[in-house]
Design a protein around this ligand. Structure first.
Ligand code: NAG
Ligand code: NAG
Length: 987
């Protein structure tokens, strides 16, 4: 190997000597062969090859044809191709290469080559393809490069500069591909370019070219063009008509220049146009009518011009469109309903126009990623959005319009949403409770959108939120303590609302917080001193609240400007005039006898509804007596039903036989049996499961029978799941169900319910005859087993564990009720549906099944309810009143009582039957309620057990409206859990 800098003359003579000894395969032409070897060795000697890729280039060889990256013509033994792409070579393209007289293709792209492009490169007589892209080449482009033999010339992404030589394209009639993109080239584009009649690909983008190439270079005469990219230059002037002469044009990119006047009116006459980008120019006038002929177009961008006229109504017919950007113009008119036809559309931005009317609901049935309709004059409501949208949408900006009405509940299902901006509208809506549910949500901007209600507790369940802006609404209630979960938050801005309570100490956990804006609210108490520890805080404003007391020491509070603190009741700062009030905490009062009318010390609901409930309380009592009587009648019926159910559960049918039989028998019955489909939500391999359920059921073992079906435990194979154990529920249905659409949609909604206290639904298997639900398997069994079917060997549950189960169950249920609209109602709250993990964390299962089954088979439901007797709310049993989440709260109340007393909801004696709920109520009235506490749990704190029992009785109130919401239940349980010393006053 010749070291770099070895005298070339010496090298040359050595090579000659070597070559004459060996010859090329003993044949003629050895001198020319030596030229190739010599040329390559000399070429290499100017390069630095850090990874020794060119080590096989041995100057002792008489032919380079076996060297790596070198290709020869086998007939002549001459080098025809040299491809050294991406080898991290640096240095200059020196002499030597011109020796390769038969070279057709030279590709040195994606290296670190520097220096000028030597005019001698054009001495390679037969070069057709030259690729020097993505290097660090500098200087001017030699005019001889585009000589007659060359077909592909790619000099993009270098640092070439200066104007192009005027005569550069004098003889370029073979040139098909020319890219000079991403350099520092300037000046006019030479007029000789119009001679490159074979050119199909022209890319001059990202330079500093100026002038008007369409006039000066006659670009429209290059009729073979397929792609033309002049974007990101400083080209100017009008675009004349005539583009339609380029019949096969597929891509036209003129964005980011200074083109003016109107868009070419014959643009629609290029029938094959796929991508069209006129954005960021100075175009005026309307979008050409001929655009409606562009049937293949997928990308259509005219954003940031000065276009006017009406929004093209034909856009809905361009069904191949994927990307529409008309933003930043002055387009008027309405959005056509036909936009719902754009099934391929993923990106839609129309922001900053004058579009009015309403958003076509069909638009929200598309699989869009990004929707920006901001800063228009849209009115009406926000459409709900279909399952497709909820699977795809990542960014939604509807800000700055005149939209009204609720934020649709379906938004809670937008699982990929990162950016949500509905600010500056007139929604007049409640603060959406499901915000905390978005796993990836990073920015929420709901400023000035006429929202009311309180900030949801779970706003940061996913902890991805970075920006939360809720300023200028009518929000009430406190800043939730859970705001401390927003660990990614750096902008928290809640100003100009009616937020009350004190500033939560947990804000001090937001280590990334930079900006905190709380001005113009009703916040009271002292600013938590812990906030002084927030080191990244750059701006704080707490002015115009009811704050008192000292400022935190440290951090930004040292130098807080008085304007950020004024207008409070008495903040103590030497910088502020006026009073300084030290804070005395207000005791939190919990009045147990006020339950049912008013919940606890924190009053979150509206005062007026509470007081009306209060005043009608006595009238309701007599109704409740009536309901109690009818409930007693029902219970008698229920006893019979229960015995029937028990008999049927004993007749357990083997799952596999049963399932296979149903598949086989029906396939003989109807030849056109639709194939089974196994859908796993979080698996990439949700393949159609044509071969039937055998492989799934192979190892299945029955583990229980519930009201809605039999439960099996099974391990999914590696190819379907990840080899984990899953629980499979075979749903009871009486009919053959033909349509899977409803089922799929409903199960997917349930699948979205993810919470630490919910048993996640993993997927389903569907055939018309059989529906299976696949969920996680909970290894520690159910609360039913631990509480009521405990073997003598396992220890009884302690009070702390029971409390943990209660609180967790309440949280899971609260998530179902408050994070979905409409709420997911469990309908079947009972210990057997509370599963436990290793640490006794409860996980609710079977939620929402009734609704699901109702979709499938209306007959099933009425027959199944009675099996949960004792948990069923009276109004449900009567089936005359509206069924809502209050039914679950009743069931939860009964569950509390079972946990406290260790007794079943209904116990059957020799002759009588004890309804737990009534029993405890009587004991409480007699003042001996502690008598019924489960003695097996040993020591327990009365100050916790007593309020929990009272809570249970409020939950099982006969009057649905007297029962608290699950959110209130969670709050009350959390207050009960706090050590007594922290509470000012207990029950
Ligand atoms: C090119 O050179 C620069 C600095 O000289 C170096 O940082 C870079 O990694 C090199 N690139 C390649 C592809 O070798
Ligand atoms: C040149 O090389 C680059 C990178 O290797 C490649 O992307 C490009 O298509 C090549 N140009 C031509 C004209 O083949």
């Amino acid at each position: 190997m010749i070291p770099t800098g070895f005298p070339q003359l010496l090298c040359f003579s050595i090579l000659i000597a070597v070559a004459s000894l060996r010859g090329c395969k003993g044949d003629a032409g050895s001198l020319q062969l030596n030229d190739d070897v010599l040329g390559l060795i000399v070429f290499r000697s100017d390069l630095h090859d850090p990874f020794s890729y060119l080590a096989s280039w041995n100057e002792d060889d008489n032919s380079p044809c076996s060297w790596e990256f070198v290709q020869c013509n086998p007939a002549t033994c001459r080098v025809t191709e040299l491809s050294l792409d991406g080898l991290s070579l640096s240095g200059k393209i020196g002499r030597g290469l011109q020796k390769l007289q038969n070279l057709k293709g030279l590709s040195l792209s994606n290296n670190n080559l520097t220096g000028n492009i030597s005019p001698e490169l054009s001495l390679m007589g037969s070069l057709e393809r030259l690729n020097l892209s993505r290097n660090g080449l500098t200087g001017r482009i030699p005019s001889s490069l585009a000589k007659s033999s060359i077909k592909f010339l790619d000099l993009s992404a270098n640092a070439l500069s200066g104007p192009l030589p005027d005569d550069m394209f004098e003889s370029c009639f073979n040139l098909r591909f020319l890219s000079l993109a991403q350099n520092f080239l300037e000046g006019n584009i030479p007029s000789t370019l119009s001679r490159c009649a074979s050119l199909s690909n022209l890319n001059l983008s990202n330079n500093f070219f100026s002038g008007n190439p369409i006039f000066s270079s006659g670009l429209w005469s290059l009729t073979r063009l397929r792609t033309l990219d002049l974007s990101h230059n400083t080209l100017s002037g009008p675009i004349p008509d005539g583009v339609s002469a380029i019949h096969n044009l597929k891509e036209l990119r003129l964005q980011k220049n200074r083109f003016s006047s109107s868009l070419p009116s014959d643009i629609g006459l290029c029938p094959h146009l796929i991508k069209l980008d006129f954005s960021n120019n100075l175009f005026t006038g309307a979008i050409p009518e001929s655009g409606q002929l562009l049937n293949s177009v997928t990308l259509f961008d005219v954003s940031n011009n000065m276009l006017s006229g009406s929004f093209p109504q034909w856009i809905g017919d361009k069904i191949n469109l994927e990307h529409i950007d008309f933003s930043g113009n002055g387009l008027e008119g309405v959005l056509p309903l036909s936009m719902g036809n754009l099934k391929s559309l993923t990106y839609l931005s129309l922001s900053g126009n004058r579009i009015n009317g309403s958003i076509p609901p069909s638009l929200f049935d598309l699989g869009l990623d990004q929707v920006d309709l901001s800063r228009n004059e849209l009115s009406g409501s926000i459409p709900g959005g279909s399952g497709r949208l909820s699977e795809s949408l990542q960014a939604l900006d509807l800000s700055g319009n005149k939209l009204t009405g609720d934020i649709p509940a379906e938004m809670g299902l937008f699982s990929k949403l990162r950016y949500l901006n509905l600010s500056w509208n007139n929604l007049q809506s409640r603060m959406p409770p499901e915000l905390g549910y978005f796993q990836y949500l990073t920015v929420v901007d709901l400023r000035n959108s006429a929202l009311y209600g309180s900030i949801p507790d779970d706003i940061c369940d996913s902890a991805s939120l970075g920006i939360l802006q809720l300023d200028g609404n009518s929000l009430t209630g406190p800043i939730p303590e859970e705001i401390g979960n927003c660990s990614s938050l750096y902008l928290l801005s809640l100003s100009h609302n009616n937020i009350s309570g004190s500033i939560p100490e947990s804000i001090s956990m937001l280590k990334k917080l930079k900006i905190l804006k709380l001005e113009s609210n009703q916040l009271s108490g002292e600013i938590p001193p812990e906030l002084g520890r927030l080191e990244n805080l750059l701006a704080v404003n707490v002015s115009y609240n009811l704050l008192t007391g000292r400022l935190p020491v440290g951090g930004i509070f040292q130098n807080l400007d008085p304007s950020a603190m004024i207008g409070n009741l008495g903040i103590c700062s030497p910088l502020l005039k006026g009073p300084c009030k030290m804070n005395v905490p207000k005791p939190l009062v919990l009045d147990p006898y006020a339950y049912g009318n008013q919940i606890g010390g924190r009053n979150r609901g509206s005062e007026s509804s509470r007081s009306s409930r209060n005043s009608s309380h006595h009238r309701f009592l007599s109704i409740s007596a009536i309901i109690a009587i009818s409930a007693a009648v029902l219970i008698a019926i229920g006893v019979m039903v229960i015995s029937l159910v028990n008999i049927s559960t004993r007749r357990r049918i083997a799952f596999i036989d049963n399932a296979l039989e149903s598949v086989c028998s029906s396939s003989t019955r109807s030849g056109s049996l639709s194939a089974g489909k196994l859908v796993l939500f979080d698996s990439k391999t949700s393949a159609d499961w044509i071969s039937g359920p055998e492989s799934l059921l192979h190892k299945a073992a029955e583990i229980g029978v519930g009201a809605f079906g039999t439960v099996y435990k099974a391990s999914l194979g590696e190819e379907l799941g990840d080899g984990r154990t899953l629980a499979i529920k075979k749903l009871v249905t009486t009919n053959i169900i033909q349509y899977s659409g409803d089922f799929d949609r409903e199960v997917r909604i349930l699948g979205k319910a993810r919470h630490q206290n919910l048993l996640p639904l993993k997927g389903y298997y569907w055939t018309p005859q059989m529906q299976l639900l696949v969920s996680e398997y909970a290894p520690n069994g159910s609360l039913q087993a631990k509480l009521h079917e405990r073997s003598t060997s396992s220890p009884p549950l302690s009070w702390p564990i029971r409390f943990k189960i209660l609180l967790g169950t309440a949280k899971g249920l609260a998530h179902l009720h408050h994070s979905f609209r409409p709420p997911i109602i469990h309908y079947n709250m009972k210990p057997s549906n509370v599963l436990l993990d290793e640490d006794f964390n409860p996980k609710l299962s079977d939620f929402g099944l009734i609704r699901l089954l109702t979709k499938l088979d209306k007959h099933v439901i009425s027959n199944r309810f009675q099996s949960a007797l004792g948990y069923v709310a009276p109004e449900l049993a009567c089936q005359s009143l509206r069924v809502n989440e209050k039914c679950d709260i009743y069931g939860f109340g009964v569950l509390i009582l079972e946990l406290v007393t260790g007794k079943r909801s209904v116990e059957y004696g020799e002759e009588n039957m004890v309804i737990l709920n009534d029993h405890v109520r009587v004991l409480l009235e007699q003042g001996s309620v502690l008598d019924c506490v489960d003695s097996s749990m040993g020591e327990y704190p009365e100050e916790e057990v007593l309020p929990v029992v009272k809570l249970a009785l409020v939950c099982t109130s006969q009057i649905p409206s007297s029962r608290p919401s699950m959110l209130e239940v969670v709050q009350i349980l959390q207050v009960i859990k706090t050590p007594i010393s922290h509470r000012m006053e207990a029950f």
